[in-house]
Every structure is written in structure tokens, then in C-alpha cells.
Write a protein that binds this ligand. Structure first.
Ligand code: GN1
Ligand code: MG
Length: 358
């Protein structure tokens, strides 16, 4: 089906002009739609292999944006939230003849370059910290896990081990040293998940995909939106700290095959930590702060396992551009993990100093 005719399934009162593929997400496919009246939209081919409860997800989205909008109205923040359009039949999704889910939202006006300044990682840290702070009085039971056990390492490792057993001989051979690496380091990485399981680290509503590119800025460099809210769900603060550092602290792309370029950027870590602490100093517990410096390593490791798990399963989860793509991503994350480990003491000192503990 053509993009224009999918757009026309939604109740908008605007006329389709043209469309361009937009962004480089690994999960959904996205188009920007322009209309003859000048208003723009975002159309997404929604990945229901990854998000198995699209209706529950949209319900989360409206609870979260109602809660945040009410609080933002009383603050000096300028954040907007995705405004979804319903189909002519009154649904949030249009399902085409192949049962593919499509959703439509208003395009949030922003300047793609304006946030790229010296303050960028401080701003990212303080914005994602504020996001957690603003959600801290929304009872987390109201929000479903849109991907059950999404960042739960014991669960991911269990699936990983099953896939190691059930994958082809050839795949197991190709991935032998990576599999061995993950199995060898497993015990130390389970420390934070164990503290969470025993209730020593609290469950909070967190974003779970805290890359810099998920913040939109106006032309004065002020944040106007935190996007990609599909994964907002109950979890640990470590997700929003560790995954940001895994995404933005890497000196190269997460799928760069040249491992000599994989380095962990301490300046990004320092700025993000300063911003995160400026928003969360009062909220976080001593056990959360005490373990925060371990989160970047935990997330590089976990993402490496997730990429390899997908490789062993035939690459059905992440969009890939070539057959070995997930293997290249895995090796990159292993190298990033090793680079982070070298800097763990320094990271601890930065967290302590920014959160004001001695
Ligand atoms: C996926 O599609 P994107 O880039 O927003 C993934 C994240 C990973 C990321 C790795 C729902 O996010 O968890 O960190 O790829 N999202 C989901 O690039 O699995
Ligand atoms: Mg995402």
C-alpha cells in the first residue's frame, strides 16, 4: 500500500502532499508526511513483533502524557507530547491487508541542529533526570511493561542460553568466543539485578531509551520534547543512566566494525552525570547512587547479549542491513564494555562528586 493511501485512512482533514523516510530506528519504520496545508505528520509502521500489546502501549502513552502535561503546565518546561490521530473507524491503529499496524501522530516542530552545543550532554542528563522526577508520583502499577522484562538481565540471559542451544551449529561456531565472553562475565553483571530483586533498589517509571537523539530542541536550543515513549515502563534508574552512556558515550557508531574506534568518552559521562544529578539528587536512594557508576558497563553488556541473542535467532528483532550486522554490533558492545571497565573507578568518583557523597 502507498504511504499516501495509508495516511488517508486517518481522520485528519489534511491533504497528503509527499513523504520521506525518517530517522534510523532499529524497530519501527517511520515516514514524515507533508500536507498541502503545510502541517506535517509522522507515520509509523509499528513493530508488533517487538511490542506485542499495541493497545496497552497506547493506553500507557495517554496516561503518561496526561500526567506529564499537567505537571509541565505548572513548570517552566516547554515539553510537548505526541498527539496521535485516530483512523476513520476510531482506532489508534490502521491495520492493512497484511495485518501490519500503522499509527499517525503530529510532527513536533523542532530544529535538528540546535541542541548540538557544548551543553548537550548536561542538557540530556538533566532532561532525562527531570523525566524520571516528574513521573515519580505516578503509581507505576498503572503502566504496563510494553516489552515484558525488557531490561531484565536474568531473563535476557535465560533466553540467550536457550538460543545458544537451539541455534544452528554454524551460528554457534561463528559466535563461540562472544558466547564464552558473556558467560564468563555473567556473575559480576548480575549484582544490580539481584539488588533489585531483593528490593534494595526501587522500581520506578523510566524512559528506557535515553539517547541524545530522543530529545528534540527548538531553535534556541531549548528541549521541546522527549520522544520514543513506547518503552516508558517500570524499571531501574540504571536503565536511563547506563543506556544513555552506552549510546552516546561511545566514540563511534554502535555498529562500527572498526573496533579500534570504540572508546568510552569520559567528558560525555561527566556532563551527563552532572545533568542527571542536578535533577535527581534528592530523589535517588543511597543504594541507587552507590551503584550508578556500574550502569554503563551493565548496559553495554546487556545490549551485546541482546544483539547476539537476535543473531542466534536469525535476526528477527533488530532491523539489519547485512547478515552479520548483529554480530558486528555485538563485538562493538563487547569492546565498549571493556573500555568502560577501564574507567570504572573514575566513573565512581564522578558520580560521588556530582551527587555530593563522600
Ligand atoms: C532499539 O530502534 P531504537 O534505536 O529506538 C532498541 C533499544 C536499543 C537500540 C540499539 C524497543 O532502539 O533498546 O538500545 O535499538 N529498542 C527496543 O540501537 O528494543
Ligand atoms: Mg527507541
Amino acid at each position: 500500500m502507498k504511504i499516501g493511501s495509508i495516511f488517508n485512512k486517518f481522520e485528519t482533514n489534511y491533504s497528503f502532499l509527499d513523504s520521506i523516510e525518517f530517522g534510523d530506528g532499529n524497530i519501527h519504520s517511520t515516514w514524515k508526511i507533508n500536507t498541502t496545508e503545510g502541517k506535517s505528520f509522522i507515520l509509523q509502521k509499528f513493530n508488533d513483533y517487538v511490542f506485542k500489546d499495541p493497545i496497552g502501549l497506547m493506553n500507557n502513552m495517554s496516561i503518561i502524557s496526561d500526567h506529564l502535561s499537567a505537571k509541565i503546565a505548572k513548570s517552566d518546561l516547554k515539553w510537548k507530547f505526541p498527539e496521535f490521530y485516530r483512523t476513520k473507524k476510531g482506532q489508534f491503529f490502521f491495520r492493512d491487508k497484511d495485518e501490519v499496524y500503522w499509527r499517525l501522530m503530529a510532527f513536533i516542530d523542532h530544529d535538528p541542529n540546535a541542541g548540538d552545543n557544548e551543553q548537550k550532554y548536561f542538557t540530556a542528563g538533566s532532561s532525562y533526570g527531570q523525566f524520571i522526577e516528574l513521573l515519580s508520583d505516578l503509581p507505576s502499577q498503572q503502566i504496563i511493561e510494553t516489552i515484558p522484562k525488557f531490561h531484565n538481565l536474568p531473563f535476557i540471559l535465560k533466553n540467550f542460553k536457550q538460543s545458544v542451544k537451539s541455534t544452528s551449529k554454524q551460528n554457534r561456531k561463528n559466535a563461540a568466543s562472544e558466547i564464552q565472553f558473556f558467560e564468563k562475565r555473567e556473575e559480576e553483571l548480575l549484582m544490580i539485578p539481584k539488588l533489585a530483586e531483593s528490593g534494595q533498589i526501587p522500581v520506578r517509571l523510566v524512559h528506557m531509551d535515553t539517547k541524545f537523539d530522543n530529545i528534540l530542541f527548538d531553535n534556541n536550543g531549548i528541549p521541546v520534547a522527549i520522544i520514543d515513549l513506547d518503552t516508558v515502563m517500570p524499571g531501574l534508574v540504571h536503565s536511563d543512566f547506563g543506556d544513555a552512556m552506552r549510546s552516546d558515550g561511545n566514540a563511534t557508531a554502535e555498529d562500527d566494525p572498526d573496533l579500534s574506534k570504540v572508546k568510552f568518552k569520559m567528558n560525555v559521562f561527566k556532563d551527563y552525570t552532572r545533568g542527571f544529578a542536578s535533577s535527581l539528587k534528592k530523589l535517588l536512594s543511597p543504594a541507587e547512587i552507590e551503584t550508578l557508576h556500574l550502569a554503563p558497563g551493565l548496559f553495554a553488556y546487556m545490549q551485546g547479549v541482546r544483539f547476539l541473542l537476535d543473531y542466534l535467532n536469525g535476526s528477527k528483532y533488530y532491523n539489519i542491513k547485512y547478515p552479520e550486522h548483529n554480530m558486528v554490533r555485538t563485538r562493538n558492545q563487547i569492546r565498549l564494555f571493556e573500555e568502560m571497565k577501564k574507567k570504572e573507578k573514575m566513573m565512581r568518583a564522578v558520580v560521588h562528586s556530582e551527587f555530593g557523597i563522600c
